[in-house]
Design a protein around this ligand. Structure first.
Ligand SMILES: [Zn+2]
Length: 316
């Protein structure tokens, strides 16, 4: 039999694990999604059961694509995770999944290098590999959803803080008089501008949820307008802080709220940054994330491909 491995293009598996669902995809070297499937997480049925289902899904997807040499597996997972030891330490949104080694069983079963990262880091890496952060560096990504997540990509690599953690840009202080947050502060960015924060402020004034507040504000309701103005103002102040600390070439905004309201947030950020004197304002841009819900699987697979490539330094 002729060994034609060198003629096959490399591909990687990207896995995105969240509290309610797990996405698995085969990703080509250009970031293209060749095949995908989505499974319910059902964390309460046990970590081993989830690994078995993920493995079966990988086998099925590789069989359906019928092409490409599986070179690596990358996993993005709702944190906390320990990328250096390959562990998921998230009993908060993945019941019972504490100190769970996901790298070893997948690496042994498929015989390829396997890496895990926090899902926000994986998404930011994906945007830099083939989305809104392509060709620029450094990049800070802010994701506005139920909470506010963030990640920084510096020199093409995920920026890590102490113990391998990523920067918690969602907890930048904005207003001491704001609502309390689980991070220990009052009035951080997440406590003022997340979907949860907007929804809570809205419910106190009779609105059903965050979407209803956005709708009413667009229709001119003054109470709703003040809630949205506070959230957007907080985001603009956070952009000022991020630009003065990380000085990114691009600030990428993602998440469900940005999908619907990018210009509202981006315009407020641009106006806030306009008087800045400590960096070249025109050198910093603000862009909407482009990969949507695919950023996690694309990013996880892209970083695994990068780390498994010959002649490239592996990280971590
Ligand atoms: Zn906070």
């Amino acid at each position: 039999m002729v060994d034609n491995r060198n003629e096959l293009s490399r591909c990687a598996i990207g896995i995105d694990i969240g509290g309610t669902k797990m996405a698995v995809a085969v990703i080509g070297e250009t970031g293209a999604i060749l095949a995908r499937s989505v499974l319910p997480t059902e964390a309460e049925r046990g970590f081993g059961w989830a690994v078995d289902r993920l493995s079966s899904s990988v086998e099925r997807l590789m069989a359906t694509t019928g092409q490409g040499l599986l070179a690596a597996i990358g996993i993005g997972c709702a944190g906390p995770v320990d990328p250096r030891r390959g562990l998921i330490n998230n009993p908060y949104t993945l019941a019972g999944w504490d100190h769970c080694d996901i790298v070893s069983p997948l690496s042994e079963r498929f015989g390829v290098g396997t890496w895990i990262e926090n899902d926000a880091d994986a998404a930011a890496f994906g945007e830099c590999a083939c989305g809104a952060g392509q060709g620029v560096d450094p990049v800070v990504m802010l994701t506005f959803g139920t909470g506010i997540g963030g990640a920084a990509i510096v020199g093409g690599q995920i920026y890590r803080g102490v113990q391998g953690e990523h920067p918690e840009v969602g907890h930048i202080p904005i207003s001491d008089s704001g609502p309390p947050c689980y991070c220990g502060l009052h009035g951080c960015l997440e406590a003022l501008a997340s979907g949860t924060a907007i929804g809570a402020a809205g419910q106190a004034s009779g609105f059903e949820d965050a979407r209803a507040v956005f709708r009413a504000a667009a229709d001119g309701n003054t109470v709703a307008r003040s809630i949205i103005d506070r959230a957007v103002g907080a985001a603009a102040t956070a952009a000022w802080t991020i630009c003065h600390t990380f000085l990114p070439q691009r600030l990428v905004l993602g998440g469900g709220m940005i999908h619907d309201h990018f210009e509202l947030f981006a315009q407020a950020m641009r106006e806030r940054l306009q008087p800045a004197t400590q960096f070249t304002r025109s050198a910093v841009s603000i862009a909407a994330a482009r990969l949507g819900n695919d950023a996690g699987v694309v990013g996880a697979a892209s970083l695994a491909l990068q780390r498994s490539a010959p002649h490239r330094p592996a990280q971590p």
